[in-house]
Design a protein around this ligand. Structure first.
Ligand code: MD3
Ligand code: FE
Length: 215
């Protein structure tokens, strides 16, 4: 697969890792401390938890949400819901910083007018992995998904349209933002088990935010 690279501004490198997928290296670096603080405020109100897959397996990623809709998984399936099942209350509001960063990143990648209504917060600790999956619980696959990586680095697996397609390995580091749209939107993807490290803003953790138009 070709890897195109293109310097944009202020040290942000734009990298196309496949049709519809654009890595904006360091795009969130200047906002990272405020993003981590926003994540901490969200998880103080909607605590991170290990959801169950429909098959009853405990997910190794700890998850929470903010926004009008949040992604949940339990024995009944995968879906979006306006209410946090732990508290019975609405998810915390989407921080304005997250909404604006996602819209700016999407615009840079060619998706003007991206207005997310959901943000899944994933927290990884050493050993945490995310097996190959597709994101297909959103109503409209024409909208992209914007991901923001914070804290210690991970190896992202970018597969094809079939689960058996051999995935490309892409390192995702603190401050990297990726826009997944168009033909990339339904590709299989996952994260290799996280290696132990320390980051000044997040300690031993990696956070990943995925901003979505779910409803
Ligand atoms: C490619 N999260 O939350 S972000 C997820 O690092 C998820 O926590 C990973 O996969 C993480 O669903 C990967 C990158 C990502 C997110 C959504 C995608 C890549 C994607 C949707 C379609 C294709
Ligand atoms: Fe995903």
């Amino acid at each position: 697969m070709d890897l195109f690279e293109n310097e944009v501004d202020g040290g942000v490198h734009e990298q196309a890792i496949g049709a519809g997928a654009v890595v904006l290296r360091g795009f969130a670096a200047a906002d990272a401390a405020r993003l981590v603080a926003a994540v901490e405020a969200v998880i103080a109100r909607a605590p991170l938890r290990h959801m169950l897959t429909p098959g009853g397996q405990r997910m190794s990623v700890a998850m929470s949400n903010c926004g009008a809709l949040g992604w949940i998984s339990d024995r009944r399936g995968y879906r979006y819901d306006a209410v946090d099942p732990l508290s019975g209350r609405h998810w915390p509001a989407l921080p304005a910083l997250c909404t604006s960063l996602a819209a700016r990143a999407a615009r840079q990648a060619g998706y003007a007018g991206f207005a997310p209504d959901a943000c899944l917060v994933n927290r990884y600790e050493p050993g945490t992995r995310l097996s190959l999956h597709q994101d297909r619980n959103e109503r409209d696959f024409d909208a992209p998904i914007v991901s923001v990586s914070l804290g210690i680095a991970a190896v992202f697996l970018f597969g094809g349209t079939e689960r058996a397609d051999r995935p490309l390995r892409v390192p995702l580091r603190h401050g990297d933002v990726v826009v997944w749209g168009g033909p990339a939107r339904l590709r299989y993807h996952g994260v290799l088990p996280l290696a132990a490290a320390q980051h000044p803003l997040t300690g031993g953790y990696r956070y990943n935010l995925t901003l979505r138009k779910a409803g």
